[in-house]
Design a protein around this ligand. Structure first.
Ligand code: MG
Length: 204
């Protein structure tokens, strides 16, 4: 099972981290050992002083495919969830400043939590978009709307499959909206579609 992530897929988030807005999807991967299931805690890693959350919609690939055309990409996933792309931001900044890969900052054990999966159409609004909200403790910290994505789910699937064979069960984290932030031990992150709790992750 592979985990793909899209970086800088929401303009407001790219700006909040002073990153350029990309003209094609920014893709990175996490190993399967990064996966943290719903309700499992994340233990604050000892190699960072600035663990941050990025709440994201996660697609589950439903059948194998490669070089998928964008117009057929919708056939390759049926279920979605919400997950957290956990990031050691201080370590990432250090690596980025040296032009080095991000894996140490984003692919460590537990760096990809994922919640319950629901059918992809369950929470579509009238315009065909998805809204999701992330709470840290009792406050809303991120409000996502897929209409604000630079690259659609279909575009992402098509793009990734030009390089990597997609296999049933692979996950794709589709990018985070603005509002990322730091965590401390004891924080509870909760992700919602409408009023359904999709994921809850405690930092221990
Ligand atoms: Mg992310």
């Amino acid at each position: 099972m592979k985990i793909f992530c899209v970086g800088r897929n929401y303009v407001e988030h790219a700006k909040e981290l002073q990153n350029e807005v990309p003209d094609e999807p920014v893709i990175f991967m996490k190993p399967s050992t990064a996966l943290l299931k719903k309700d499992e805690p994340l233990f604050y890693p000892d190699f960072t002083q600035d663990l941050q959350y990025e709440g994201e919609i996660v697609l589950k690939i439903s059948k194998n495919g490669k070089k998928i055309q964008e117009k057929f990409a919708d056939r390759y996933f049926d279920e979605i969830s919400i997950g957290f792309d956990f990031t050691a931001r201080d370590l990432q900044s250090k690596l980025k400043s040296k032009g080095l890969p991000w894996e140490l900052a984003k692919s460590f054990d537990g760096a990809a939590s994922v919640g319950n999966f629901v059918h992809k159409e369950k929470y579509l609004n009238e315009e065909g978009h998805l809204l999701f909200e992330i709470f840290k403790n009792d406050s809303v910290v991120q409000s996502g709307n897929t209409s604000k994505m630079l690259f659609s789910f279909s575009k992402i699937i098509s793009f990734v499959s030009q390089y990597f064979t997609l296999q049933q069960g692979d996950l794709i984290y589709t990018g985070t909206p603005a509002g990322v932030g730091s965590l401390k031990i004891g924080d509870i992150l909760t992700g919602f579609f409408a009023d359904e709790v999709i994921i809850s992750t405690v930092i221990k």
